[in-house]
Design a protein around this ligand. Structure first.
Ligand code: ACM
Length: 266
């Protein structure tokens, strides 16, 4: 069995120290989790006014302040943490998330489907989403709008993901319902860690939809957060339930696919 959870909280744009302190204060109540998922851009906020601001708040996975703090928490609580951060690279910035293991190993995924204005700021991820072995199970990483493209979750399931870790800053309403399908059609668990609050930049107002959730391989809700309040949850499940891809006696999720007839899919 694994203990898996999320933290949902308000993020103040640009106030990295304050946002780190918010998580530091929430963490002790959820320190029994084997895997804890935090939102997309978990410590910086979302709506960067320009590339310069983004560059100033971005960090490198090997040395950044927030990644270092994630390592401290992961070690102290013996947990795997997943959290979004703006990743600085020589060629620009990516909207990334880090998976930090209790031993301090850091893996990083760069969001491949950029939402709306993100396309003016970030480079699109340049590597396939991947699955990582953790003490909580095999965890596949995807970020927020990646949900809209079922190929993302399917590719992670084919690689053997048992749990989708899905840091988010959702502004559209229907992801939470749609993740039911991602779980059922792939027989995987999913943790969507969303944020709350409103960001106002240059007349743009973005309100994030909260309602973080943990779904099981049949799409059942194991935990759900309110839409506009800070919330955390940890639930227990057996990640190996995701290894059985049987649908009915004579149906198998992967074996019954007909890629020869899916014209135009790729
Ligand atoms: C989103 O991908 N942050 C909507």
């Amino acid at each position: 069995m694994s203990s898996v959870g999320y933290l949902q909280y308000e993020i103040q744009f640009g106030e990295v120290a304050k946002n780190l302190a918010t998580v530091d204060a929430l963490l002790p109540d959820f320190s029994d989790a084997d895997l804890l998922v935090l939102p997309e851009l978990a410590f910086t906020g979302y709506d960067f006014p320009d590339k310069e601001t983004l560059q100033n708040l971005a960090e490198r996975p090997e040395s950044g302040e927030c990644i270092q703090q994630l390592k401290v928490w992961a070690k102290k609580c013996t947990m795997t943490l997943v959290a979004g951060y703006p990743e600085k690279a020589d060629e620009g910035c990516y909207n990334s998330c880090a998976l930090v293991l209790p031993d301090g190993t850091v893996h990083s995924y760069r969001k491949i489907h950029l939402f709306n204005r993100e396309q003016d700021l970030f480079l699109p991820g340049n590597a396939p989403p991947k699955v990582y072995d953790t003490p909580a199970g095999r965890v596949g990483l995807m970020i927020c709008f990646d949900w809209f493209f079922p190929e993302t979750a399917r590719s992670l399931a084919i690689q053997g993901a048992q749990i989708l870790a899905h840091p988010s800053n959702l502004v559209l309403q229907y992801c939470q319902q749609a993740m039911f399908a991602r779980c059922v059609e792939n027989k995987v668990f999913a943790v969507t860690a969303n944020r709350i609050g409103t960001e106002t930049q240059a007349g743009r107002e973005l309100t994030f939809t909260g309602a973080s959730q943990i779904l099981d391989v049949q799409g059942n809700t194991l935990a759900a957060a309110p839409e506009a309040e800070a919330h955390g949850a940890v639930v227990e499940f057996d990640p190996e339930l995701a290894d059985d891809k049987t649908i009915a006696d004579r149906n198998h999720l992967f074996d019954n696919r007909r890629p020869d007839l899916y014209d135009g899919l790729c």
